[in-house]
Write a protein that binds this ligand. Structure first.
Ligand SMILES: NC(=O)C1=CN([C@@H]2O[C@H](COP(=O)(O)OP(=O)(O)OC[C@H]3O[C@@H](n4cnc5c(N)ncnc54)[C@H](O)[C@@H]3O)[C@@H](O)[C@H]2O)[C@@H](O)CC1
Ligand SMILES: [K+]
Length: 520
């Protein structure tokens, strides 16, 4: 049972995939009306649990022409039988048959039904069943006006499946959309709910599991999956527990190349991010003048002072005796480098080591020509851009502000790299078309330096990967999960204003320790 829940919780689908899954269920013999009854019953019970004192208040039911409206009408009927004061808004002349039957029955019970949204203005709670994954065109005229009117009331709204007006895949607002307090996503997570620009409409999202057979999910989504990162997968990917007998070089040797005289903080934060990963050996190459600062902050790390350019960037990598790039399990380059360190980025790109590029590492790569440069690499490359860096790296690809998942997928396919596109819902793709989305985060992370911490953390985990047979994309996903969970914990204790990047690094181990305790 737990395994089923976990698999359902990891799956994200498009509208077409959801349609195909439902088609299989109906073809196997499940009656459409029975499924609607079952799903709406589950929604009704969640509404009751969320709003236990509503019996004295009134509930407005917004119904559209399709089965999303049908679901809402079943909820209306159940609330009515439980003694709730229910009102229905239905303004469509043509309804799907099942929806029409439910409306007819609701009216026969004496539930009032209105064509004007104004009649619901005194309701205490609204249930949004206008459109679900069947919405296919931009909303206009009367229905768009009704939605705008509803939003202007600022009442609690529970949206069924999706806030009406959102595109199921891109999360784009099609004209206008309901701003929900809660969204009860039905059966499987819809992709649009995990796209950045949908978030201000979705409210608190939860999944209503209605027992979709896993075989149908598997048959439709196959290997071309969009994964929702969960605590379970993240924890199973971490290099824990360690073997009883080991030593520091067996637990990963990481090289960070970062910092300049102008930007020394980036090097410190990347180092602190790597520290919390638990990596066995940490070496940090910085311009010579930064060495004392780094030694003071990270006494356990081997700080490599390198010759500097006139501007204070690293001029050449001067590794210790008996060490070359092949001594490291992973290399990360970028934070605080400045573009004057271009030759160093070129040097590490031509190495055969797993490589993480961030910040100026990405800007330098963009100047070199992202795709042709990366196609020459044999070893794994991970890019961690925000939207602006993404556009510089991949100027010809779809705008990451519009459809982040499509953008990151194409970037990975064309470059062969694993691409982590930062955002409120960070999306990660590999060149085999698989995608991972981090479903929880906090705006507390929107400040300078938090990306440097992520780069350090991710690099430290990647360097330790040798000791466990786990795919690199899962490690990237785990780093994104851990990073945001630490920020959520920090934000909960200190408010969203209290999570500067340095403070953030103190929350990684507490958040992990409590998740690990829960598991064991
Ligand atoms: N098929 C089923 O039995 C199940 C369906 N479910 C519900 O059914 C929903 C999907 O149902 P449907 O496929 O009927 O789709 P929807 O209920 O999302 O709406 C589709 C209807 O809206 C119309 N429409 C689309 N865009 C429009 C626009 N811009 N302006 C005006 N009308 C527009 C379409 O012509 C169609 O009649 C899910 O979101 C979910 O709520 C769930 O209950 C699970 C089971
Ligand atoms: K809806």
């Amino acid at each position: 049972m737990l395994e089923r829940q976990e698999q359902i919780s990891q799956t994200i689908v498009t509208a077409q995939q959801m349609r195909d899954i439902e088609a299989r269920i109906f073809a196997a013999g499940m009656p459409v009306a029975a499924l609607m009854e079952k799903v709406a019953g589950l929604i009704f019970r969640r509404v009751q649990a969320l709003y236990p004192n509503l019996q004295t208040q009134s509930v407005g039911i917004l119904t559209g022409p399709g089965h999303n409206g049908g679901d809402a009408l079943v909820v209306a009927r159940e609330l009515h039988f439980c003694g709730y004061d229910v009102k229905i808004y239905s303004s469509f002349s043509k309804l799907k048959e099942l929806t029409s039957q439910h409306l007819q029955y609701a009216q026969s019970l004496g539930i009032p039904c209105y064509e004007s949204i104004e009649q619901l203005s005194d309701c205490d709670l609204l249930i949004d069943g206008l459109f679900g994954f069947g919405l296919e065109r931009t909303l206009t005229s009367a229905i768009a006006q009704a939605i705008n009117q509803i939003n202007s009331w600022s009442k609690p709204v529970v949206s069924i499946d999706l806030p009406s007006g959102l595109h199921t895949d891109t999360g784009e607002v099609l004209g206008t959309a309901i701003r929900a307090t809660h969204t009860f996503c039905l059966g499987l997570w819809k992709l649009g709910l995990l796209q950045d620009h949908a978030l201000e409409y979705v409210g608190k999202a939860e999944l209503i599991d209605f027992d979709i057979p896993l075989a149908d999910v598997q048959a439709v989504v196959g290997t071309n999956r969009i994964h929702r990162i969960t605590q379970t997968t993240a924890l199973s990917t971490l290099p824990l527990p360690r073997p009883a007998v080991t030593h520091k070089y067996k637990e990963g040797h990481l090289l960070l190349i970062c910092g300049s005289r102008r930007y020394s903080g980036g090097a410190i934060l990347t180092g602190l991010g790597a520290r919390v990963s638990g990596v066995g050996m940490l070496s940090i190459a910085v311009p010579e003048s930064l060495k004392p600062l780094l030694v003071a902050q990270l006494p356990e790390a081997l700080i490599i002072g390198c010759p500097e350019t006139q501007t204070g960037a690293i001029a050449s990598l001067q590794l210790p005796e008996n060490t070359d790039l092949s001594s490291f399990n992973a290399i990360a380059i970028g934070p605080g480098l400045t573009r004057d360190a271009t030759p160093i980025v070129q040097q590490v790109l031509s190495s055969d080591r797993p490589l993480i590029l961030d910040a100026d590492g990405l800007n330098i790569l963009a100047q070199m020509g992202t795709i042709p440069t990366l196609q020459k690499r044999q070893a794994v490359t991970i890019l961690t851009p925000h939207a602006g860096e993404f556009k510089r790296l991949f100027p010809d690809l779809p705008d990451p502000m519009k459809d982040r998942v499509r953008a990151v997928r194409e970037a990975a396919a064309q470059s062969g790299a694993i691409v982590l596109l930062k955002g409120a819902r960070t999306a990660i793709a590999n060149s085999q078309n698989s995608v991972w989305i981090n479903p929880e985060s906090t705006p507390a992370l929107a400040r300078g330096g938090s990306g440097d911490v992520l780069t350090g953390l991710l690099s430290g985990l990647l360097a330790q990967a040798k000791s466990k047979d786990i795919s690199v994309e899962k490690i990237v996903a785990t780093a994104a999960w851990w990073h945001s969970q630490a920020a959520i914990l920090a934000g909960g204790e200190r408010t969203e204003l209290g999570v500067d990047a340095f403070t953030l690094t103190n929350y990684f181990i507490p958040v992990l320790a409590s998740a690990w305790k829960e598991l064991n």
